[in-house]
Each structure stands twice: as C-alpha cells, then as structure tokens.
Design a protein around this ligand. Structure first.
Ligand SMILES: [Cu+2]
Length: 663
C-alpha cells in the first residue's frame, strides 16, 4: 500500500517508528504509559493493546496513557480530552481523516465519545500546530484514529475477537471479520460496551453507568495494486449517565458514510492522488427523566450535527529529496435543535470552511530534514436562530484563516535526533464558542461577530534517543496565544440558562513531556513526566484548566509466557487556578490535592494468537479526583465531597481481558 521513498532519514525514521512500536508492544504487554515519541512531534500507538487504568470505551480515556493528556470526568464515559491544558476544538480529532463533531450544546459528547479505539488499527498524535493537512486546525494537537485495511496477495479471511469483564458490571465485546483477494476486500467490526455505576475509593456510588455499541463496514475494490476505491459506513448509539449535571444522554446516534478513491504511482511526479467524500451525522437526545426517578424535572433536548466533507490531495515527488503534499477540502456542518423538548429540529447555525493546504518535506542531507506547511481557509457562519433567541439572528460572518509551520529535524548521531519547530495556527471559533455560549443578553449579544479567531504561536524543541535497550524522548514547548477564547462561567446568561460567555484574552503556556523506556534482561521499566504552566496575560491570572505536574513509573518482568507489571501514577497538587473560568467543556473548580495511585497488571500469552490480560487499578482504593474535572450534580443524592467538590475517579477496579486473532 505504502510506497515510501527510502532516503536515509526516511529509513532511520521508519526504523525508529517500527522499533518504537515494538518497544511499546514488548515493553508493556499492558500499556501504562505510551511509548516515547516515534519521530519528532509524533506519538503512534496501537489502540488494540490493553491499557491501564482500564479505559472507558471511548477515545478520550485511551489518550490518557499518553503523557501530556488528561481527561475531564463527567461520569463513567464521554470524558473531555485535554492536551497541555488545551481542550475542546484545540484538539482536532479525526476518524479515518474525517472530522467528527459532537452535537450536545452542553458538551456531553466530545468527538471521542463516538470513537471506540479498539475498533481501529492505529492512533496517531501530532503535537502542536505541526500539520496543516486537515480543516479545523488542531492548535494544541491533532489526534487521528485510523483503520488500515489488510493487503490480500491471495484469497484469505481473518478476524479478531476481544472480550473484557471488570468491576462495576463492566463488559466489552469486540468482533472483527475480514475477507479479500487481490481484487477486493470486505471488513466489518462490531463493538459493545456496558458498565454500571462506579464507586469511588470511599465506596460512594456515582451516577455514571453507560452502554454503547458500534458497527462499521468497509468494502474496497483494488482492480490493480495502484488503485483503491473504498466505501465505508458506520452506525453507533448508546446512552450514558452523567454525574456532573442534571441531565443524562439517552441517545448518541452517529451515522457515517464515506467514499475514498486512491490512485498511486501515477507518474514520476505524481506519487498519489486521493479523493474522499464523507458524511457524519450525530443525533443526540438528553433528558432529566429516563435515568432519574428522584426528580420532578422533565426537560429534554434533541440536538443534531451533520458534517459533510470533501477532501482531495496529491502527493508529488518534486525532486528525489523534495516531496509536496497539497490539496483542498470543503466542510459544511449544520447544527439543529428542538425547541423546548418538542422533538422537532430547527437549524440554529451552519459552519462552512473551504481550505487549501501544502506541506513540503525536504531531505536536505543524509541526516537533516526540513518540513514546512501552509494552509488557508475561508470560514462562513450563518446564525439561523430566531430573533427571540439571538441578537445576531439571520447574520452571516465570513473570515479568512491562515496557518503555517516549519521544523528542522537533525540526526546528530545514530541514536540522537533533535528538532526545533515553529507553528502558527489561527483557529476559527467553534459552534460552542460562537453559538451555544451566546445568549440573548447585552454582554454576549454580538459574540457571533465579536469573538475573534484564536492565534497560536508555538515554539517546540525536543530530542529523541533510541538504542537497543534505551528509548528516551523530551519534547518542550513555549506558546503565546493571542485572542485565546476564554469562557467565563460566572456570567449567567439569558434566563440564567447560559453556561457562560466567550471572550478573547492573551495567554502564555509552556511545558514539556519526558518519556523513557529502559530494559535490563527481563526487567523493563518506563517513566514519563508531563508539566504545563499557563498564564492569562490580559488579567495577570493563572490560565484555567492547566493540569498539575504528573509522573508515571512502570515496571514489568517477563517470566516466559507470563508478564507481571506494576504502575504508580503520581500527580501533584494544583493551586494555580481561576475559579469559574475555563473552556467550552468545563471550568476551574478550585485547588486540588495531589495523589499517588498504584496499579498491577499481568498478561499470559497462551500462543501467538491468544492472549489474556488482567489488572487491578487503584489497588489501595484511594479516593481522589483529577484537578481537571467537573462538579458533581447536587440535589440528586449524589455524593458531594467538600474536600474535592469534584466527580471522583473510580475506586479499586479489577478487570480481565482476552484477545484472539483468527487469521
Ligand atoms: Cu447532551
């Protein structure tokens, strides 16, 4: 499938990537902290590999094993991923190169709520504004979940089964089947995941149970080795209880269809041309009734977000050392909601963007590479609300948005690679910042027009070291964000219903992630440290939603077919905060204490195809909460812990998992 031109640095990079993959798989039968960066700015990890602590079924919890990520807890699932303190649309989340956008006006559904990682083959994180390939620039990071269809040189069929049971009534089932020959392939995946309410370390039960299922199928035609026509479709749905608010999600329907056409080796100049057309529909219902008996409230709301994308690009070999990837994309997202629970959907806004991009990679010598890119988008937003719901009803906003980056990668000597990069990303305000947080009140009436685009200027410096036994990466960043979109939740909106208002401030953040894997004989150790600090320069206050210093230490010992491992996660206290300020998903709640969480895992390889894993997370049943969390909903007999006033993390959790490859 892939035709990589083997310049020396490409060989080194791909060797590093494959080694790092192996390091992750071998080093951690159960992944407790993701592998160090595989190449500058990039972390790749296998979502089929078990992780500790046991992630919820959704994509956010899988990201939590990657240093720098933290997850805002709302209940048992659908948490909000945050990278280096940046959440919401600052993370561009893509499934098979398509943007998935949630529908909930109150942000019950981050894009990751619709992603079951184990159904994918690869998870890639690009740190910082260091790619311009996709619309909705991920100013903090780009996160990709991808399937990689098998190559069938001769007719064959295969499959994959995975099952998991755990504390609190948790069980997951996954089945994948595939068949194909040199002319076509067909694959299908089904997932099911369910959990009851979990209890925290003190035994208090949180309103947090969930159920989610998903199905996906893809049919590909490969008339020759250079041509692919693939049609794929997916459907998923479920429900989730929320400990942090007065409503629960009773429907999270996602329907998706995509057509992809790829032609490779077209000429000496044109290496590849790709066209992808996709449609994603999210239909979400939340209410106060279905999962709650102790309330007289009967509100409900239905939200619908439909995104259509067309994306086309070509990869060109300009010279033997210079490659260009260039293309264009069109995105239209239409959001609608019912009024007062009548289940009749009315459009409230349409966001459109048309973008062109170019990314140039230049192997300037055997050990040096320069990568740069530029992107231009034209955004249009229509406020389709009625004049009673918005002071900008009927108005349209148009804006040009630019982004670009450049980086230099230098292989100093065989094990060492260093890099430096600068990225500039303009981020157009999202649905939540422009529409959902804008209510009919004087302070926010003109937010559609007045909330400026956010401008990220980020410098990244890092170093990677890779030898047989030792794998180290350090990535540091310094970030100046002009017109950072801050949400102030202390500003009650129209009828007291508004979750907050959006405003622009200037902000600075800096920090680093450090990771090391080291192996001596059968003993394997790994460690990671993540740190970030942020300041609101306009107000001279801490920037909200900055996670505290975190370190993880893992150790694993091989005994033939058995591997036993242990993990300790240390998180310091956070006393830099700004109460009631945050992003579209949540806000600072106050200071939070530090904690240490111990976990154990073991794995047994029955044979090459059949593997068993088991773990105990939070071994000592500690009661704790993450700094970035949500307040428990009051008045619902939910436990409110005055010491943390947060939705606490689960207490001791035991789990058992088995995977079987059928090919
Ligand atoms: Cu909702």
């Amino acid at each position: 499938m892939k035709l990589i031109k083997l310049t020396p640095i490409a060989i080194v990079t791909s060797m590093m990537m494959s080694n790092a993959f192996a390091a992750e798989a071998v080093l951690n039968d159960v992944i407790v902290t993701a592998a160090p960066m595989t190449s500058p700015f990039i972390v790749e990890t296998d979502p089929k590999q078990p992780r500790q602590p046991l992630p919820a079924h959704d994509g956010a919890d899988y990201l939590k094993t990657i240093p720098g990520f933290t997850v805002m807890r709302k209940g048992g699932t659908d948490g909000e991923p945050v990278f280096r303190g940046m959440g919401g649309s600052r993370l561009n989340i893509l499934v098979d190169d398509q943007n998935v956008v949630g529908g909930c006006t109150f942000r019950m559904d981050a894009p990751t709520a619709y992603i079951f990682p184990e159904a994918y083959d690869k998870m890639t994180i690009i740190k910082g504004p260091q790619t311009v390939d996709y619309p909705n620039m991920g100013s903090a990071a780009t996160v990709k979940f991808e399937r990689e269809p098998k190559k069938y040189d001769q007719p064959s069929s295969g499959g994959y089964l995975s099952g998991l049971i755990g504390s609190f009534g948790r069980h997951d089932e996954i089945i994948e089947v595939d068949t194909g020959n040199s002319g076509y392939y067909l694959n299908a995946t089904g997932t099911n995941s369910q959990s009851g309410n979990y209890k925290d370390g003190s035994g208090k039960e949180y309103h947090s149970g969930y159920h989610r299922w998903s199905s996906n199928a893809a049919f590909g035609l490969t008339p020759d080795s250079n041509t692919l026509v693939e049609f794929s479709a997916g459907k998923s749905d479920g429900w989730a209880k929320y400990a942090d608010r007065g409503m629960d999600g009773v429907k999270f329907l996602r329907e998706n269809a995509a057509l992809k056409i790829v032609k490779k080796n077209i000429s000496a100049l044109v290496d590849e041309a790709t066209l992808q057309i996709s449609h994603n529909k999210v239909d979400h219902i939340m209410d106060e009734v279905t999962f709650r008996s102790n309330t007289s409230m009967t509100d409900s709301a239905r939200l619908d977000h439909q995104t259509t994308q067309v994306r086309s690009y070509a990869k060109l070999n300009l010279t033997s050392n210079i490659k260009l990837k260039t293309g264009l994309d069109l995105t239209e997202s239409n959001h609608s909601k019912d009024s007062g629970g009548n289940n009749v959907l009315t459009d409230d806004s349409t966001f459109k963007s048309s973008g062109i991009f170019a990314e140039l990679s230049n192997e300037i010598s055997l050990n040096q590479r320069v990568v740069s890119g530029a992107r231009y988008d034209m955004w249009t937003v229509d406020d389709k609300r009625s004049s009673s719901a918005s002071d900008t009803a009927g108005q349209t906003r148009k804006e040009d948005v630019f982004s670009g980056f450049g980086r230099y990668e230098y292989q100093i000597s065989k094990p060492y690679t260093a890099y430096v990069g600068y990225g500039y990303a303009e981020r157009f305000p999202d649905y939540w910042e422009l529409i959902s947080f804008t209510r009919n009140m004087s302070a926010t009436a003109s937010a559609l027009q007045s909330t400026k685009k956010e401008k990220t200027n980020q410098l990244d410096v890092g170093v990677l070291y890779k030898s047989v036994n030792l794998n180290v990466s350090l990535s540091s960043f310094y970030n100046k964000i002009n017109d950072f979109i801050l949400i102030n939740y202390s500003h009650a909106g129209h009828g007291g219903a508004s979750p907050g208002i959006a405003s622009n401030i200037d902000a600075t953040t800096y920090g680093a992630e450090f990771g090391v894997n080291y192996q001596v004989n059968n003993l394997r150790t790994n460690a990671s440290i993540a740190y970030v600090r942020g300041t609101d320069d306009t107000a001279g206050q801490p920037l909200p939603q900055m996670p505290p210093l975190e370190a993880r230490f893992g150790v694993a010992n091989d005994f033939g077919k058995w591997t036993h491992g242990a993990l300790v996660r240390l998180v310091s206290s956070q006393d830099r905060y700004r109460t009631n300020y945050g992003n579209i998903a949540g806000k600072d709640l106050g200071a939070n204490g530090g904690f240490a969480i111990f976990s154990l895992n073991t794995s047994y390889k029955y044979d090459k195809k059949t593997k068993f894993y088991a773990g105990i997370d939070n071994l000592f049943d500690k009661q704790y909460a993450e700094f970035i969390s949500r307040s428990p909903s009051q008045g619902m007999n939910f436990p409110v812990n005055p010491a943390t006033f947060r939705v606490n993390e689960p207490g001791r959790t035991a789990w058992l998992k088995a995977t079987i490859a059928l090919d």
